[in-house]
Design a binder for this molecule. Structure first.
Ligand code: NAP
Length: 236
């Protein structure tokens, strides 16, 4: 499918996976609206940054009103990427951290998705990508809150794809393993390293399935580093 000329909205574009996806969709010819709290270091005539904390419904609504005004109510691609994790023993997790994860990872995804669905169904075309995690497929100790949010992303995505596939709208849930980004800043145990996935490669995988022909729907995509602890033997 030709991505050139499509209107894409990506949440959380200041860094990491979201920034990589934005750059690659721009390279594919999309017009990209990046929603986030911090403007990325990115200069492209087809890139528009809109200040938005996805936890705040009124900010999300204001951003989409601006996009719809400029684009005639049209958004072709929505990437729900904004997210964060806090880690630690369940009984020690501050309520504020639990709330921030759910408000960002789950509520933010819902707020943005509900803005685009009516138009996509009307046009019988749209692509929605939700970034979950392998923490949305299995639980990890000291990751209970983050896992709970990503299990929610998975449930939402699975239900929504069944709800809108007959309307020509593709919903895809992506489950990355560890990606070398700033995501681990709140973790005492895990630091980014070169055996993690590269965010540019994750972005490439996403652009690949976004490009697939209309009748090809990637429902779930699980991606992991091949040798997350590094090669056992020197590579040939
Ligand atoms: N890195 C991994 O290993 C990994 C693995 C699986 C899934 N994921 C998921 O992938 C997504 C992207 O993470 P990343 O690895 O790229 O991490 P990252 O480098 O920390 O980037 C996260 C992005 O989300 C934005 N964000 C956070 N809270 C926000 C809010 N309230 N409103 C708007 N934007 C907000 C951040 O922007 P500001 O903070 O600048 O506002 C930033 O641009 C997340 O959903 C994460 O859960 C990551």
């Amino acid at each position: 499918m030709e991505l050139n000329g499509q209107i894409a909205v990506i949440t959380g574009v200041s860094k990491g996976i979201g920034r990589s996806v934005a750059l690659q969709l721009l390279a594919a010819g999309c017009k990209v609206y990046g929603l986030g709290r911090n403007r990325p270091d990115m200069d492209h005539p087809e890139f528009n940054f809109l200040s938005c904390d996805v936890r705040r419904l009124e900010e999300v609504e204001t951003c989409f009103a601006e996009i719809f005004k400029a684009e005639g109510n049209r958004v072709d691609i929505l990437i729900n990427n904004a997210g964060l994790g806090y880690f630690g023993y369940c009984e020690e997790m501050p309520i504020e951290q639990w709330d921030e994860m759910f408000q960002t990872n789950v509520n933010g995804m819902f707020y943005c998705t509900r803005m685009v669905l009516a138009g996509m169904k009307e046009r019988q075309y749209g692509q929605i990508v939700n970034i979950a995690s392998i923490a949305g497929l299995e639980g990890y100790q000291q990751v209970s809150g983050y896992c709970a949010t990503k299990f929610a992303v998975r449930g939402f995505s699975d239900a929504l794809y069944k709800e809108v596939r007959e309307d020509g709208v593709r919903v895809t849930c992506v489950y990355p393993g560890s990606v070398k980004t700033d995501f681990f800043r709140n973790s005492e145990n895990i630091k980014p390293h070169d055996y993690m996935l590269d965010p540019d490669d994750v972005a490439q995988a996403m652009v690949n399935f976004l490009r697939m022909p209309r009748n090809f729907h990637t429902v779930n995509l699980e991606i992991r580093p091949l040798q997350p602890k590094g090669p056992r033997k020197p590579q040939a």
